[in-house]
Ligand binder design. Structure first.
Ligand code: SF4
Length: 334
């Protein structure tokens, strides 16, 4: 996850909630990719560290558990940079230039010069992040599938050039698509920091309730007596994710028959949200009060990641024949 600061409900529903489940079934490595933040924010790095800290607080708040998964910061594991460099040697430029997000972001982000070597190469760094743990599965949203496909192409090319002692060094990583759930922001568009329509995981209850009060609803309900349709209402979408089946039934019946008002309905949606957010905020507070605890978790996770990454890099250097370890001369009689 890129460290973009405190996380919002869209980040939770789109990724984090799924990761919390995955840590029970997989051996998971979750990485705060601070070097990736530099691919776009290289001119102003002042927020990168604090943003990384905020992400780890939110991860722990959401329920990622250091007993069940490894959490670490990319730059604490310098081997990512070494593998990135080696993979960059074998990655054709054309592969990077045709990555859809590359073209899209070059066209859409006008306030920064993204004509840099680092920005073009960030999918190679991403491939290194994945391959260095020999990950077989990467949980991603739809928009990241092309990057995983590129990582697979790089894997095949690497394994084609170089063979490890026990066969291919890297398995081909597979995308595990996070089930896409529609989470609208308060203005009905996709929840996103750049739209200013977010509900943050750290928003206190009164703020959540206030934000919901101003949330857009089904435009057909102009007057209280007009029936509406929860399937066409962003608040209805929130209910589907956060409310109990009984509440969803009440909303469905009440909205379609104009038996309930939107204010009442939004209050129920807020109840559902607060129920999820309150325990998270309690957990977060523990770490905010004792930041050393969160750093200890990150440092222990980074040490574990360095071990695994270091072992992979030994295999990589061996397979490429560039290991600098001493080898006795082949003909020892001389
Ligand atoms: S009653 Fe609820 S679901 Fe129906 S339009 Fe109002 S806020 Fe939306």
């Amino acid at each position: 996850m890129r460290p973009t600061g405190k996380l919002h409900l869209g980040n939770y529903v789109g990724a984090l909630e799924n990761w919390v489940r995955m840590q029970n079934d997989y051996e998971c490595f979750f990485c705060i990719v601070d070097w990736h933040a530099l691919t776009t924010d290289y001119a102003d790095t002042s927020q990168v560290k604090q943003n990384s800290v905020d992400v780890i607080y939110d991860w722990l708040a959401a329920g990622l558990d250091p007993e069940k998964c490894v959490m670490f910061i990319q730059s604490h594991v310098p081997a990512h940079a070494e593998l990135h460099l080696l993979l960059s040697m074998i990655t054709p430029l054309g592969w990077l230039e045709r990555v859809p997000t590359y073209k899209e972001q070059r066209e859409n982000i006008k306030d920064k010069d993204l004509g840099t070597y680092g920005f073009l190469g960030y999918p190679v760094l991403q491939a290194a992040d994945i391959l260095i743990y020999k990950a077989d599965t990467v949980p991603v949203g739809e928009d990241q599938v092309a990057h995983i496909e590129l990582a697979r192409e790089i894997t095949r090319r690497f394994n084609g050039f170089y063979t490890g002692k026990r066969g291919p060094v890297f398995p081909e990583p597979q995308s595990l698509l996070t089930p896409a759930r529609k989470l609208p922001g308060t203005d009905g568009r996709k929840m996103s920091k750049s739209y200013g329509n977010t509900i943050m995981l750290t928003d206190p209850e009164p703020v959540v309730r206030q934000k919901l009060k101003t949330m857009v609803t089904d435009p057909a309900r102009i007057r209280r007596s007009d029936p509406g349709n929860p399937d066409l209402c962003p608040v209805g979408d929130l209910h589907k994710i956060f409310s109990s089946p009984e509440t969803i039934t009440k909303v469905n019946e009440g909205c379609r028959s104009a038996g309930i008002g939107c204010i009442e309905c939004k209050g129920w949606a807020a109840d559902g949200l607060v129920k999820v957010l309150n325990p998270m905020q309690e957990r977060r507070q523990k770490y905010a009060d004792h930041p050393r605890l969160a750093w200890d978790i990150l440092e222990a996770g980074s040490a574990r990641a360095r071990d695994v990454a270091g072992a992979t890099m030994n295999e990589v250097r061996d397979a490429m024949g560039i290991s600098l370890e001493y080898e006795p001369p082949k003909d020892s009689a001389k």
